[in-house]
Design a protein around this ligand. Structure first.
Ligand SMILES: Cc1cc2nc3c(=O)[nH]c(=O)nc-3n(C[C@H](O)[C@H](O)[C@H](O)COP(=O)(O)OP(=O)(O)OC[C@H]3O[C@@H](n4cnc5c(N)ncnc54)[C@H](O)[C@@H]3O)c2cc1C
Length: 226
């Protein structure tokens, strides 16, 4: 991908802008650098602010985190497909999550002690915050103190890359010379970039997989018969 390619993609993204920092071209949204080029513009990397990197789930050694909450907030968010893991005490919850119970109890106790008095309002950036812990919870911080205690283990994932192989209407892979392959077909995530210029509508990933999967299967079967 050249700088011009990146620029044409970036120009279509909301709130994205270009900046030159220490002679290096960067594409940013707010303070977040999401793509940066080397001095000679031959290498492109993807970025995240240094000071925020250590709090990323992806930066953890085993890339897993646990959202811990209590029964008082269960109805405050959309129901999830899978129920949370629950237990009557934090120590028992730790057991179910295969975490050290003493460490988890200390984390929750420290968090609760750091929660400052405030007026909870989930519709605004309210003044409920923590003080003295890192990373800070800057809004909507409330003590975790009403059993049963609940948790969701979470891992980072890539929903869409917006890049991949090009296909034609028969789901045949389009080769470097611009001609469709005689016997190679692609469907789903690997060719979703053909359909998605930017963003996505709910369910579009599965739709692209199903629709092009059917087309690719039909065309591959037709190809095998001939
Ligand atoms: C966190 C997350 C949330 C999402 N939410 C939604 C949503 O709400 N709605 C929606 O429509 N879409 C959603 N998507 C996108 C959707 O899940 C994908 O677009 C879709 O699953 C892609 O299907 P696929 O069959 O192309 O690829 P995949 O589902 O990735 O299947 C590829 C399969 O190939 C296997 N494989 C890989 N290499 C090999 C190999 N060498 N040999 C054998 N097998 C191999 C893999 O193990 C995998 O099972 C989400 C994606 C993510 C990551």
């Amino acid at each position: 991908m050249t700088v011009d390619d990146a620029r044409s993609v970036a120009s279509a993204l909301p709130r994205s802008y270009e900046a030159v920092v220490r002679d290096r071209l960067r594409f940013r949204v707010g303070r977040i650098v999401y793509a940066a080029f080397s001095d000679d513009e031959t290498i492109m990397g993807f970025g995240f602010p240094k000071e925020e990197r250590e709090s990323l789930v992806a930066a953890q050694p085993d890339q897993i985190a646990y959202i811990i909450f209590d029964s008082s907030v269960v109805t405050s968010f959309m129901p999830t497909l899978f129920p949370p893991i629950g237990a009557p005490t934090i120590a028992e919850l730790a057991g179910k999550l295969e975490l050290d119970p003493i460490a988890l109890e200390k984390t929750v106790t420290d968090f609760n002690a750091a929660v400052q008095p405030g007026t909870f309002d989930h519709t605004i950036l309210d003044d409920c915050r923590t003080a003295g812990i890192t990373p800070a919870k800057t809004h909507w911080a409330r003590k975790i103190e009403h059993a049963p205690y609940l948790a969701y283990p979470v891992r980072p994932g890539i929903t869409f890359t917006y890049l991949g192989t090009r296909v034609n209407r028969q789901s045949r892979m389009v080769m470097k010379d611009g001609k469709p392959s005689a016997n190679m077909f692609a469907a789903g995530e690997i060719m979703a970039g053909n359909v998605l210029g930017k963003g996505y509508a709910a369910g579009i990933g599965m739709t692209i997989g199903s629709v092009f999967g059917r087309v690719a299967g039909r065309e591959a079967a037709r190809n095998a018969k001939n």
